[in-house]
Design a protein around this ligand. Structure first.
Ligand SMILES: Cc1cc2nc3c(=O)[nH]c(=O)nc-3n(C[C@H](O)[C@H](O)[C@H](O)COP(=O)(O)OP(=O)(O)OC[C@H]3O[C@@H](n4cnc5c(N)ncnc54)[C@H](O)[C@@H]3O)c2cc1C
Length: 421
């Protein structure tokens, strides 16, 4: 399969676009692989890609029960940022943002990374203090960030509600210029294509329904809807289904709950918003404009445990109240689409990339709302762990046993309450 290039586009354009090949193969599963990755979301695909590219482990299969991008990888609001302040998260998410900055070139696939900047509004003096503290910690760690006062925000985004009687009075914002958005489908397809080119088998419609163990209890393969597949090592990256798969594998219950999170897209409007806008603390809301013109936005979780890829009406109301309170200019835009994804909410709001208690089985989970931005670093660090049996330095803090030892990475300071993260 050839490389994508400007020359190839011209050549195909002149010959009726008939020569494009499949982006990745559709192979039958083999009886045995050196490594299997369960879950064909962004994280699973990135893991397979980096196993092949960084570690030369190419006899790898990604097993996906549905289609690539049918999970959260194709359902998120596409925000990419690294404004974290707790050790464990700080170095990991900045490592990820650095990979994002060159990802299109590396994959030879345009992931439409747009570093348009993220503006996180605050509405109270306490909110300003919290933003300043976060920005100071970020800057001490070499991460970009600026504190904006009200006038600066007004200049950058003039059409927010700055009126005196605004419900959420805007006092200023924390700004990360290098943050932005990327195209979620392109990220999945780019990793899939690049992994396939290195020899990885991407097997869709292949649900893992059980695990094979040897006499010592080590995991040596999986049962699937397409037969048994054996493997030297098995990585699990199934996001909202982590607990179900972990229990199937004999790991037991993980410190994770499944909750639905909804996303909304308006009809296309003319260029209206040059930044990602967000706020938390008073409500929870984030919005950006897609390249097609739709306003893409979301808010809080549905606050009950759920495995449905759709959401409930009170959250729809709540999110649209946030739209009206912050950007009343969108009041007459029509809602075009909405959907839900299943979040793997960990008890401290931070992820897990670690060996499991079952020999040969590795865990990648607990991504909560924020796993899209983590996709490249998650794959990079998980591949490192699977290949070398030791953590990559950027992901070394994301251990499973922190919940046993109490060494939480509680970015939000919300305690062990999954739905507050
Ligand atoms: C509405 C919404 C908005 C979001 N917004 C953002 C955002 O703006 N920024 C951000 O950083 N993050 C965001 N996220 C979070 C982010 O999308 C996820 O954390 C991340 O995508 C999870 O990793 P993944 O891509 O591998 O998951 P998924 O794409 O869910 O991949 C897991 C895959 O495993 C498969 N699977 C499950 N069980 C099995 C099985 N038994 N056998 C085989 N396959 C199986 C599933 O079908 C699925 O395809 C958002 C999520 C949602 C839903």
């Amino acid at each position: 399969m050839g490389r994508y290039s400007a020359w190839e586009i011209i050549k195909q354009g002149l010959t009726g676009n008939k020569g494009w090949e499949r982006a990745w193969r559709d192979p039958e599963p083999k009886a045995r692989y050196d490594a299997i990755v369960v879950g064909g979301g962004g994280h699973g695909l990135a893991t397979a890609y980096y196993l092949a590219k960084e570690h030369g482990i190419r006899n790898v299969a990604v097993l996906e029960k549905g289609w690539l991008g049918g999970g959260n990888a194709g359902r998120n609001t596409t925000i990419v940022r690294s404004n974290y302040m707790i050790p464990g998260n700080t170095e990991f998410y900045e490592f990820s943002l650095k990979i994002w900055e060159n990802l299109s070139q590396d994959l030879n696939y345009n992931v439409m990374m747009s570093q348009r900047g993220q503006i996180v509004l605050f509405h109270s003096p306490a909110g300003r203090d919290a933003a300043a503290r976060r920005l100071n910690i970020m800057r001490l760690n070499g991460i970009d960030g600026e504190l904006l006062d009200r006038e600066q925000v007004m200049k950058m985004v003039p059409h927010l509600d700055y009126s005196e009687n605004a419900r959420f009075h805007i006092l200023g914002a924390a700004y990360q210029p290098r943050a932005g958005t990327a195209r979620h489908d392109a990220v999945n397809w780019g990793f899939a294509r690049a992994a396939d080119q290195l020899g990885v088998d991407i097997i869709q419609n292949c649900e893992v329904t059980g695990f094979l163990h040897d006499a010592t209890g080590a995991a040596i393969g999986v049962q699937t809807t397409r037969g048994e597949i054996r493997a030297g090592k098995i990585g699990v990256a199934v996001a909202g289904h982590s607990n179900r798969v972990a229990q199937m594998a004999g790991v037991g219950r993980l410190p994770i709950e499944a909750h639905a999170l909804q996303a909304f897209v308006s009809e296309a409007v003319k260029p209206h918003l040059d930044y990602v806008i967000a706020f938390g603390g008073i409500g929870h809301f984030y919005i950006s404009q897609s390249d097609k013109g739709g306003m893409v936005y979301g808010g809080d979780l549905d606050m009950y445990n759920n495995y449905a890829q759709r959401g409930m009406l009170p959250v729809v109301h709540d999110v649209h109240e946030c739209v009206m309170q912050v950007m009343p200019s969108l009041g007459r835009a029509r809602l075009l689409r909405s959907w839900g994804g299943i979040m793997d909410m960990s008890m401290d709001g931070s992820p897990i990339i670690d060996k499991s208690p079952v020999e040969g089985l590795y865990l990648n989970c607990g991504w909560c709302y924020g796993g899209f931005k983590a996709t490249p670093a998650s794959g990079f660090c998980f591949a490192h762990l699977i290949a070398k049996d030791e953590p990559h330095p950027a992901g070394a803090g994301l251990r499973l046993d922190r919940f046993r030892h109490g060494a939480m990475i509680d970015e939000k300071g919300a305690g062990a309450t999954a739905w507050h993260h």
